[in-house]
Design a protein around this ligand. Structure first.
Ligand code: MTE
Ligand code: MO
Length: 342
């Protein structure tokens, strides 16, 4: 069944240029046996700049409030890169109008960032790290603000397992995904996962928020637009769930619908009860094919057999039926999807 009200943007097709380049992943094809997005299907939000210096060698300055400034060589990082696991990325601006296609999960190779920062020996006033990427384009953007820098609390790299990635899906990073080196911060929105990393600077509490942080303040659910980076909440992804496909079956002459969906976000916090409803005035009922597990990293599929009483227009919404779980965007209705059973 097609989802209604999701715009005309084609999936898995390169669209636009440079800062306005987009590529939307087709999530409807996910199956339990294939939960990994291939490198060529992985979403793109911002393509490689035409001005991107094809600098060989590419180096990353690691300096600021440190005892031992470092110069990281991208080729050396790629040689020492290790498998970092299967991690999901989601754009904080992932919306219904583009089929929620700014969401993908892949295997990454890279180098953990926390030990690299340790090696530079941060000096006492350093409390935060500014990661800066190349972000200058030939074509002015219609929708985005240039500048790609994010400021992280020092301990965030350790707790999140952040790494400098040099490969995705077993392939060297493509230009559009941030070659030669990009940041991946597991559990954080994509806006913090800076591509084309050029500089890593240790800074103190007075560091102002960057244009990228301010651009994404609303979409990462900040309290206003804090002037200082230290007043930003971690841009982590809450629990979220949505249907990715509604299947229509005829079984022994009877019409049955099967809703297949994703559950993701929430770090390593497990979900034991997932609810679903088909009309805003209904109560949530347990998803009948949901198998609670210890964790659902980075994402997991669920199914729900549905026998609607009548034809009509339905709004499918999910909820975590546990009061201690934070699922703000899902609870705001941002992931509701519509089907029309004519
Ligand atoms: N230098 C730079 N890095 C960037 C961006 C950007 O515009 N410039 N966009 C960010 C956003 S908003 C997202 S969602 C992710 C997307 O990464 P992907 O295109 O590889 O999926 O990259 C992030 N890193
Ligand atoms: Mo994003």
């Amino acid at each position: 069944m097609p989802f209604q009200g999701e715009g005309e943007a084609p999936l898995e097709t390169p669209l636009g240029n440079e800062l306005d380049e987009r590529f939307y992943t087709d999530l409807s094809r996910l199956t339990p046996a294939n939960l990994v997005t291939s490198a060529r299907s992985f979403y793109v939000r911002t393509g490689a700049s035409h001005k991107l210096p094809a600098a060989r060698p590419w180096t990353i300055a690691l300096d600021g409030l440190v005892e031992r400034p470092q110069t990281l060589d991208a080729a050396a990082l790629a040689r020492s890169a290790q498998p970092m696991g299967l991690h999901l990325m989601e754009c904080a601006g992932n919306v219904r109008l583009t089929h929620f296609g700014l969401l993908s999960a892949a295997h990454w190779n890279g180098v953990p960032l926390a030990p690299l920062v340790e090696r530079a020996a941060p000096r006492s006033p350093a409390t935060q790290v500014l990661v800066s990427g190349f972000d200058s384009y030939e074509t002015p953007s219609q929708t985005s603000v240039a500048g790609a820098d994010w400021v992280f609390p020092l301990e965030a790299f350790r707790t999140s397992g952040a790494f400098l990635a040099t490969a995705m899906g077993g392939e060297t990073l493509s230009p559009d995904h941030g070659a030669p080196v990009r940041l991946v911060v597991p559990g954080w929105y994509g806006c913090a996962c800076i591509k084309w990393v050029q500089r890593i600077t240790l800074v103190d509490d007075t560091q102002p928020s960057t244009s990228q942080m301010l651009e994404f303040a609303v979409r990462t659910l900040q309290n206003g637009k804090p002037e200082r980076a230290r007043d930003f909440q971690p841009a982590t992804i809450d629990h979220a769930a949505m249907p990715v496909r509604v299947e229509h079956w005829t079984v022994a002459g009877e019409t049955v619908y099967r809703v297949v969906g994703l559950l993701w976000g929430g770090g390593s916090q497990a979900v034991t009860r997932l609810g679903i409803r088909f009309r805003p005035e209904d109560d949530f009922v347990p998803v009948n094919g949901f198998r609670p597990g210890p964790a659902h990293l980075p994402w997991k599929l669920w199914t729900h057999l549905w026998k609607p009483a009548t034809t009509g227009f339905y709004a499918i919404q999910l909820a975590v039926m546990e009061p201690t779980v934070s699922a703000r965007k899902m609870d705001m209705g941002l992931y509701v999807r519509f089907v029309d059973l004519a």
